[in-house]
Ligand binder design. Sequence first.
Ligand SMILES: [Zn+2]
Length: 321
Amino acid sequence: MIKTTRRQFLASSAGVAALGLTGQFAFLPSAQAADVRKKGYYSYNVGDIEVISIYDGVWQNQGFGDIAVDVSEDKVKAALTSAGLATDYIPIEFAFTVVKTGGKTILLDAGTGGQLAPTAGLASKGGFEAAGITPDSVDTIMISHMHPDHIFGLMEKDTNAQVFPDAELVVSETEYNFWTDPALIPKLPERRQGLAKRIQATFPEWKNVTRFSGEKELAPGIRAVESFGHSPGHVSFHISSGDDELLLIGDAVIVPALFLANLDWQLAFDADKEQASATRKSIVEKAIADNTTIGGYHFGFPNAGKIEKDGASHVFVPATV
Ligand SMILES: [Zn+2]
């Protein structure tokens, strides 16, 4: 599993020296993190399962006053500063995961497809190939939820042509039904209507979409875990083999510097803010109690590591092999 040394991490990071870190998990020096980011991917094992994390870039979000409900721009900037980040933008980073299990190559979410921000889309600009993944080597794509940064990588920019026409797409029934309901569009906030229209123009035409309900074993060692709130049918993916486990939480928590450090903040993009807050808290508490390794889609890169308590707050401590 993932290992580095705690001393290296503490020597390279501000604001985490108060952590009481225990166990064999250890932490990543910032120079090593920079190398991983430059390379664009890294791989590790969860028991017998090979996992590859792929970096898809960052959206330099300027909405300081809009990202969290009733939280001022100054407070958002102060939280970025406390995490050792610059305050010229909110880094909405993207990283998704490939899992090789049961003889199959499975993508967990499909990235931005280079259709969100000029600084994102690295996977489709060579990142996949660098990690040894070609479109025809992908057997299955499991979707945590149907927001643009998770599904635009499934479709070409202008034509909506399928990027992975031979791969099975797997999505929760709740999520699929929500977005493909024609009555939905007028009920959505304007910023989401284009997304719903694009989904409705594409997914129902595709022959390779499989829907599931409940907390289902989707492939050997991959189980869907309902974590609703960010979107109506949002799921996390629990990867396990032997005694080893990894929970890919999708967008149950985004930008740790803001929403992990301040568990009481509500994310303005959450579809059901109360439900999303409850989901976020329960995932964080359980991850700490069980010492589970977590992978976040928006946790930066490397994107897998541990959540640790830091006084009344929490931090994400990334790790790599
Ligand atoms: Zn997202």
